[in-house]
Design a protein around this ligand. Structure first.
Ligand code: OGA
Ligand code: NI
Length: 374
């Protein structure tokens, strides 16, 4: 069946409006199959669920202090080593002393909270469609009858500058455009620094990944602001289903009060506990491909709760859409042949936008242990 990607397959349900209507049970279309539901803490370790359903609340993702990069050589070396380890073993880490002003981070969260707390009509003016996803949305994927996630979002393009259409960004609150303009520019700078470190750690030239992404003026950058409303039955649904991020790398500003992000580590879901003013960084599928799986994109999901709503700003730092992405030649050897065929990020992204999020199925479908593509 050919799907019409210009419109949503069924009327859009705004999750926030639903939550605010005071309902006590959630509609069926948000109820996940048993095997995908979050496990409550009480039955942890005693439940007969599949291994992936266990939660580990003692672990946390590694913390990298980027301030130590400008310290003595030993501190610098140690920081690089920790980051290499985090990229290989977790695919996720948090950075502190990253150079972005805490006040700017707070304002960025605050303007979006204000946006979501406006009257429904004000938000509907920005309603998006699956043709570009830009604007105010409530689902990913156009499969009719799909089980939905408990969240709304706002999606916008920041890079390249030619795609930055500020007229499509909300202007209430009035400072939103200005704040997000500055926030985007700081986050893009941070992304560039992280790409350099990752290139060096992979044994590539410092500017390898930046060039492979298309260079400073051509890299892609989009912001998805996630709004997770309170949920009367948080054990039956998820804020975002398990997925890996399709792009290069994600720079996430988590909520400052409410946790919810969980990361898969050795078949257990680890709840991310962010430090104050930290960004959460994770490897996306494109860096997994370019690094020929030395770095892996890792599955993550978001659980919701009945007491608090939650806001997060996910900045996707991506390769330019029409460049061919493939494993770096330097990382392809006889023992480790190229694990992925060349493909542009635009082609890759189309799958996700049609089918919605489905764990790591997309990147895994492109390779198999027997495959080699040199
Ligand atoms: C995402 C995502 C996590 C969060 O937007 O891709 O994984 O904590 N967000 O909101
Ligand atoms: Ni994600």
């Amino acid at each position: 069946m050919v799907m019409d990607c210009q419109t949503w397959p069924e009327p859009v349900i705004r999750v926030q409006a639903l939550a605010e209507s005071g309902l006590t049970t959630i509609p069926e279309c948000f109820i996940k199959p048993l095997s995908q539901r979050p496990t409550s803490l009480n039955n942890n370790n005693t439940s007969p669920n599949s291994p992936q359903q266990h939660q580990n609340n003692d672990l946390n993702i590694p913390t990298i202090d980027l301030g130590r990069l400008s310290g003595c050589p030993a501190d610098r070396e140690d920081t690089l080593r920790r980051m290499a380890e985090a990229c290989q073993e977790w695919g996720f880490f948090q950075v502190v002393n990253h150079g972005v002003r805490p006040e700017l981070m707070r304002s960025a969260r605050a303007v979006w909270r204000e946006f979501f707390h406006q009257a429904p009509e004000a938000k509907e003016a920005f309603a998006n469609s699956p043709a570009t996803y830009e604007g105010y949305g409530s689902r990913l994927g156009v499969k009719k009858g799909a089980i939905l996630d408990w969240s709304d979002y706002f999606f916008l393009h920041y890079m390249p500058a030619s795609l930055r259409k500020q007229a499509k960004w909300p202007n209430v609150p009035q400072s939103l455009r200005e704040v997000i303009d500055e926030y985007g520019s700081e986050v893009v700078k941070l992304g560039g620094r992280l790409l350099k470190i990752m290139s060096t750690n992979l044994g590539l030239k410092e500017d390898y990944l930046m060039n492979a992404f298309g260079g400073e003026d051509e890299v892609g950058g989009c912001l998805r602001v996630n709004f997770y409303p309170k949920c009367p039955q948080p054990d039956l649904t998820l804020g975002i289903s398990p997925h890996s991020d399709p792009g290069g790398m994600t720079i996430l500003l988590p909520d400052d009060h409410v946790s919810g992000l969980q990361v898969l580590k050795a078949n257990e879901w680890v709840t991310v506990k962010p430090l104050p003013n930290a960004f959460i960084i994770n490897i996306g599928d494109q860096i997994q491909i370019m690094s020929n799986e030395i770095y892996k994109s890792v599955e993550h999901k978001v659980v919701v709760n009945s007491n608090n709503d939650r806001v997060s700003l996910a900045f996707f730092y991506n390769p330019k859409g029409n460049l061919v992405i493939e494993p770096a030649e330097e990382l392809v050897t006889e023992e480790m042949p190229a694990l992925y065929p060349p493909m542009t990020f635009d082609q890759y992204r189309l799958f996700i936008r049609t089918k919605g999020l489905c764990g790591k199925a997309q990147v895994q479908s492109m390779t198999s242990p027997k495959n080699s593509y040199n």
